[in-house]
Design a protein around this ligand. Sequence first.
Ligand SMILES: Nc1ncnc2c1ncn2[C@@H]1O[C@H](COP(=O)(O)OP(=O)(O)OP(=O)(O)O)[C@@H](O)[C@H]1O
Length: 571
Amino acid sequence: MEETVTADRVNLRSLWIWTRGSRGRLLCALLGALAGAGLGLAQPLIVNRTIEDATAGESVFGLLLVLAVVFSGQAALQAWSTFRLDQAGESIVRRLRQAMVDQLLRLRMAVYDRQRLGDLISRTTTDTTLLRDVLATDVANAIVNTIVVVGGVSMMVWLDPLLAAVVVAVTVGSGFVVGVVLKGIRRETVAAQEATGSLAADLERVLSAIRTVRISRAESRESAALAERNEAIYGHNVRAARLSAVVSPAIDLAVQGSLIVVIVVGLSRVSSGHMGVGELVAFLLYVNYLAAPMSGLFDIAPALQTGLASLERTQEVLDLPTETDRERHKPSQTDGSGLLLQGVRFRYSDREILKGASFHVPRNSYTAIAGPSGAGKSTVFSLLGRFHDPTAGAITLDGCDAHTEHTLGEWRARIGLVEQNSPLMYGTLRDNITYAAPDADESWLRQVVEMAGLAALVKRLPDGLDTAVGEHGSSLSGGEQQRVAIARSLLARPEILLLDEPTSHLDSAHEQLLIETLHRISAECTLVVIAHRLSTIQSADQVVVLNAGQVMASGSYDDVRDYLPTQHATA
Ligand SMILES: Nc1ncnc2c1ncn2[C@@H]1O[C@H](COP(=O)(O)OP(=O)(O)OP(=O)(O)O)[C@@H](O)[C@H]1O
């Protein structure tokens, strides 16, 4: 990701930071697991004692009873602590996932232009799930297993240092093999996760333009491209699996090898009188008891590689820049002067788009912005919505600076925006209209529906305002979608309403209706309209003509007609 090239690599410390808020629960669970492990480690000693007492002809009933209690206690503690660890893992990942969701909603607009949405979604869902698996099962077990292994090895050393040294030597040898393959596993895992992100991003691209794909008969081509991504994921995962496969035999070698060596060496030490039979049995029980925790320790490494790779990918998202407020000054006295752009400059990377644009929009007026394609009209709207910040110049409303005298929230509360392809969202018509003002009262809602020319539609729909509009409002026509977007903006009572060619989807009858609506609206709020159609330009109180990022002229239609693109100047 472009913005994160300097981001630090994540490590176990980064994981530790995310445990904040769950550490108490984690500690309780770990203590429970450790108590269970302690009971497990005590069992071979009790068995040793039982064998010694039995061979000496003493009663072993009491010891067997203790053994049963210790065994049941261990099982209960293990079950309880496993659940608690899982729960703590889930709550850590819940926090991480929420942080990612919050981050994705607040990224700077320029970041959305550069990032692939499918990939961001994949990082928020797939990667956090992978991380949960690692946290919930592997990391916590690794801590317990480490302590069990240290405890078990200490007991072995206490029982017979020579045999213990043999077991440790076999284990360390296998551990070395495992260590060598880990790097490769991590490399392949990261690559597989990245390929999964790319697949999600490509799928999102194709599905969001499915009609274009169909009409272009591009299904097979897209399918082949997606198959390539799929193949890449397969390849990386298979290579990771091949490397992981080396890990299992290494673990088996350690366990089986240790058992065989302990039996062979142990029997000779028993026959030479250096060790009792009970001690050998206890030793074998330790080897057996430690097999699972040891293999768990070997397994944790590849799992941890996956988890760290996921954490790295989530961390990259969390490091992306978000929208921030500049330092805010005390607001000036409002003077009712309306909207003013003064010498506004703006550039996308190295290309200057606005080159000192200045114009004034009086309060409660209707201003059309016209000009050729690429002149910078939508860019002006982006700056008015504070989606981007000007590189120079100022935007003020009633004398108050948009950036230094308003927070983002305060500014946007004063602005309404209807984009050209106004996105409707999955839900009902009411959900869509009340999106910016969920608490609007019903009579204002009805008024707005009327104003936006939606009354007939609402009457016709089976459930009126509560009819579902489909994904992206697909059950409504383009013009209806646009009017819903206008209603949505109006309902929030903005002081300035920005409309990007609101008549683009309308036939001439509806266009006339909308123009009347716009005039009605401009009595209550200031209207700024990007105008492509002559009718929209002509009906405005003021026309601002933009060309190559500069204001060429402003005034009434008659004042500016010589500066308009030819198709608009011919009326
Ligand atoms: N996100 C972006 N990154 C880089 N360049 C951009 C971006 N958005 C727009 N541009 C460029 O900025 C210039 C102005 O674009 P803008 O959309 O403001 O023009 P416009 O006047 O609204 O055009 P149209 O009438 O065709 O919608 C164009 O040349 C465009 O290629």
